[in-house]
Design a binder for this molecule. Sequence first.
Ligand SMILES: O=C[C@H](O)COP(=O)(O)O
Length: 293
Amino acid sequence: MPLDLEWVSKVRVNTQAVLKRAQQIQGRNKNKKQWQAAWLLRAVTCIDLTTLAGDDTPGNVHRLCMKATQPVRYDLLKSVTTAAVCVYPSRVADAVKSLKAANSSLPVASVATGFPAGQTSLKTRLEEVRMAVEDGAMEIDIVINRTLALTGQWEAMYEEVCQFREACGEAHMKSILAIGDLVAMMAGSDFIKTSTGKESVNATYPVAIVMVRAIRDYFLKTGHKVGFKPAGGIRTAKESLVWLTLMKEELGDEWLSPRLFRLGASSLLADIERQIYHHVTGRYAAYHQMPMA
Ligand SMILES: O=C[C@H](O)COP(=O)(O)O
């Protein structure tokens, strides 16, 4: 849609109310036994299983892909996968190859646009998006230009995001960072994502509440449903339940599927798998019994 700065300028956040709501949501979802297991399985299906490390290799990306296709031990659970795998652009081809060899249609997501800082030229950032798409990425997690956002240059940020949208082609575009949500949605983002996972503060519930309410406002005004992806520092099964509760309560059941909700996480799955192991066997497994692949 065209940029509507009047709408952006009218946005107000009641910080105290948001903090209170965040507390409230963390106290919800006391489901136990099979209900808790069901919620955890839902969380698994929404994970973008991620590796974004300087020492990523075809080998560890391959293991990640195998884990994504069989996230919970085969003897405990069959036919569930994560939503996607998420890697650096340089590793997209490796992930596509591994998944193809495993006969899997799981999408490969790639961070791009100079992730995590976004401090490279626009030309370079656009080229990076195109290359990742060319290598087979079906989802692109872009970093918005924080310099433009922090200095209030919304038109320029909107133009950049529109160009990323175009460079993504058919690939879904997820835009990283709470700041500038509305502008990113106006410019065609399919998802908005809290953080890169590389900042000292990443996905927090109060910020998420502001973001999902921006998604709701955007939906009410345009009829267009934008997805939400919290990412960074999400490590425990319990946290995944809070995130699902937040989505259910703020946006409703429709936002509880991978089409509109993802958890960006590199090390959450192990804890969920442990909880599911406990649910099935009555015992807790050691972490080494839940291998990466
Ligand atoms: O986009 C995903 C994040 O980088 C993952 O962050 P994490 O490694 O803290 O789970």
